[in-house]
Design a protein around this ligand. Structure first.
Ligand code: ADP
Length: 419
């Protein structure tokens, strides 16, 4: 293993594994820290579900993953979080990055969530989602991590007691030597975390090259674009083509959506117009969990005899706000995630082998329930979303989609890609 990665959610992990695979690194994603032998791979991405848990627990899990990766040969550690910097003032990006730096005896890292291919760019430390500042985008209404400040120097500054600085775009565009010089200058000022601007993939390639000697890199999947080339130059990996097609699993395919992100709402509407679709009613679920669950499962079993189907909790912000006011934010989220995870388990027991899951937290709950231990990464379905195949028996084909990823027809495209 050359690169050891720790991802704070499951779709984020597949997004990163997708980037590394496409750039010629043989990559395996594990669900949590593997119990058995380390997978044979250039890069291992340990998927945690630590984005929204208490910061202390996120730190403990991330440190355990870091120690496991180092013990299995990782030369560099990558801490992956969302390209919209999903976090709260309590964490977990700052506390985890600080703990990993201590663990690696290092006192400097970068924070770069940019993902230009998906419209996430950083200029003067401000994160943009498409044409909007992060704080004006739909992320301001995220059910768990509403993002209301686009200035990442300030956002990260609230999550760490250390100094946060900036490598501005005018430096980044000059290339790797200028960026490395900026790192050294910031470090000399006692700055521990540097937000790094990036507007396009070329910037990320420069940043990757400049970061070859950093024990820890933190960011979105985009900043991993430049890393495989470092390892090729160091002759640690050979020249390789990208992802190979996955083994076919066949059988019925279900879409399960717990994401309330804008892109997902559009995808739900598009898919529901052409296929059977059933909404989960959180109030009914809270009032009579077993009965509501049984009726959802029976509905899906019936529809899947004839073709693909969709079950979704996805709802617009005002509906989500009303549900959260009634049941509590975390309780509502957990209740819906559990229902979707149980549905996946019930359907897998019934012979369903193709699962398209929308939502990072939701994907985490599903993959845990299905007791998937590791994923083989296949070709990309949409930027940031590869087709995946679970190791073990039976082999399940999965597409794990982070909220705002994928075009309007993503669900149909993903079912097709997993066929
Ligand atoms: P995304 O990738 O879009 O952020 P996630 O699955 O990570 O999606 O997070 C969405 C959260 O919102 C989950 O915890 C999910 O259970 C919760 N949720 C889904 N539908 C509703 C709803 N109708 N009301 C309240 N919370 C919801």
């Amino acid at each position: 293993m050359i690169l050891g990665c720790i991802a704070d959610d499951f779709t984020g992990a597949t997004d990163l594994a997708n980037t590394l695979t496409r750039r010629g690194m043989h990559t395996v994603q594990t669900i949590g820290i593997p119990g058995g032998a380390a997978p044979q791979a250039d890069a291992v991405v340990v998927a945690l579900k630590s984005r929204t848990i208490p910061a202390g627990e996120a730190v403990a899990q991330s440190l355990a993953a870091c120690r496991w990766l180092k013990a299995h040969g990782a030369r560099q550690i990558f801490f992956k979080y969302c390209s919209t910097f999903d976090s709260t003032d309590e964490g977990n990006i700052g506390p985890v990055a600080d703990a990993l730096l201590d663990e690696l005896n290092s006192d400097f890292t970068i924070a770069c969530p940019a993902f230009p291919e998906n419209g996430r760019t950083i200029y003067l430390g401000h994160l943009f989602v498409g044409r909007e500042l992060l704080s004006d985008s739909a992320m301001k209404n995220h059910p768990l991590t509403p993002m209301r400040d686009a200035n990442l120097v300030r956002v990260l500054g609230r999550q760490t007691r250390h100094k946060v600085g900036l490598v501005p775009h005018r430096t980044v565009k000059q290339g790797a030597p200028a960026i490395a010089e900026a790192y050294a200058a910031l470090q000399a000022q006692g700055i521990r975390h540097a937000i790094v601007d990036a507007l396009e993939d070329r910037d990320l390639e420069h940043i990757g090259a400049a970061s070859s000697a950093l024990p820890l890199i933190t960011g979105g999947s985009g900043v991993a674009i430049g890393l495989p080339q470092n390892y090729r130059i160091a002759r640690l990996i050979p020249q390789r083509a990208g992802a190979s097609p996955l083994e076919k699993v066949g059988g019925p395919g279900i879409v399960l959506s717990g994401s309330c992100s804008t892109a997902t709402l559009g995808q739900v509407e598009r898919f529901a117009a052409r296929h059977p679709a059933h909404a989960i009613d959180p109030a009914a679920l809270a009032a009579d969990t077993e009965r509501t669950f049984a009726s959802l499962l029976a509905w899906a079993q019936d529809k899947l005899k004839h073709g693909p189907a969709l079950i979704y909790a996805s709802a617009p912000p005002d509906t989500v706000a009303a549900i959260q006011a009634q049941f509590g934010r975390d309780q509502a989220g957990a209740m819906i995630e559990q229902a979707i995870a149980r549905l996946a388990l019930g359907l897998a027991a019934d012979g369903v082998r193709r699962f398209v899951i929308a939502g990072g937290e939701t994907s985490g709950a599903v993959v845990s329930a299905l007791q998937v231990e590791a994923l083989e990464i296949g070709p990309q379905i949409a930027p940031g979303v590869p087709a995946c195949l679970a190791y073990g028996s039976p082999r399940l084909a999965l597409a794990l989609k982070s909220g705002n990823f994928g075009g309007p027809d993503f669900f149909a495209e993903a079912l097709e890609a997993l066929a």
